[in-house]
Design a protein around this ligand. Structure first.
Ligand SMILES: [Zn+2]
Ligand SMILES: [Zn+2]
Length: 267
């Protein structure tokens, strides 16, 4: 399996996951041009993509969709709630409704040799999901845009080989930062975004011996810094080193960038 983040953050999200024969995009929140360029960099074209899976209707996850849909004919998978929300927005009306294929949390979808299993997440969108992508016994997960997690989330994410997990903000930076109060409350709320600290906590519960890559993603531009996200998660995991049975400095933790592709994980 191969997994790469093309872009991750509040300004745009697009992730590639694939096998030798199957190629998927998860969210298309960057321009068509940038999406195509990122695909070209890994030897693929838009026409090689077998399907797009959308997590939810917020613009940082779908803004590239109208142009990408226009120049290709792959199916677009999303929950019924997400599809309905997207189809209400004027600039998405041109997309042929037949191209949308509804998915439901915990119901597996097969695309050639990959299996995709959506998972419920807690976020202020119509019917948001994260995704587990399975290839044989290999598993990659994307889990961003969630205000909180529970045992179900842990259950969904455990046994992953690669995980892209949200580390959206540093709570102190957010609190003293420039955002208006209601927006701060939204981000901090149950349907908002995971802080660096909560992300570290969740991570400590899903670590396993075959984890090949941990990408902290969906970082806020205003309320976080890559080094801070990394350090906060590291310190949090360090405090649990005995419990998790890992030397934290041996963990393959990286930060997914807003602007550049992450390394390609092949496993
Ligand atoms: Zn988002
Ligand atoms: Zn969102």
């Amino acid at each position: 399996m191969r997994f790469q983040s093309f872009a991750s953050g509040s300004s745009g999200n697009c992730i590639y996951a694939g096998s030798d024969t199957t190629h998927l995009l998860l969210d298309v929140g960057i321009s068509r041009k940038r999406t195509v360029q990122s695909l070209n960099n890994i030897g693929l074209e838009l026409r090689d993509i077998d399907g797009i899976f959308l997590t939810h209707e917020h613009s940082d996850h779908i803004q590239g969709l109208p142009m990408i849909a226009k120049q290709s004919d792959m199916p677009i998978y999303a929950t019924r709630g997400t599809i309905a929300a997207i189809r209400q927005m004027p600039k998405f009306r041109e997309i042929d409704p037949e191209r949308f294929i509804p998915v439901r949390a915990d119901e597996k979808v097969r695309v050639k040799d990959l299996t995709i299993n959506p998972m419920t997440i807690s976020h202020d969108a119509a019917e948001p999901v994260g995704y587990r992508i399975l290839y044989g016994r290999k598993k990659a997960c994307i889990c961003t845009d969630l205000g909180c997690y529970n045992d179900y989330t842990v259950e969904c994410l455990k046994d992953s080989d690669v995980v892209l997990l949200e580390a959206n903000h540093d709570v102190n930076m957010l609190q003293v930062g420039p955002y208006p109060y209601p927006l701060k409350q939204r981000i901090l709320g149950k349907f908002g975004h995971l802080s660096n600290l909560t992300s570290g906590e969740l991570l400590s519960r899903i670590l396993n011996g075959h984890m090949r890559g941990i990408l902290l993603g969906h970082l806020s531009k205003e309320n976080n810094l890559p080094e801070l996200a990394y350090e906060t998660v590291r310190v949090e995991l360090m405090s649990r080193e005995k419990e998790i049975g890992w030397h934290v400095d041996e963990l393959p933790i990286g930060v997914a960038s807003r602007k550049e592709a992450s390394p390609m994980f092949e496993y």
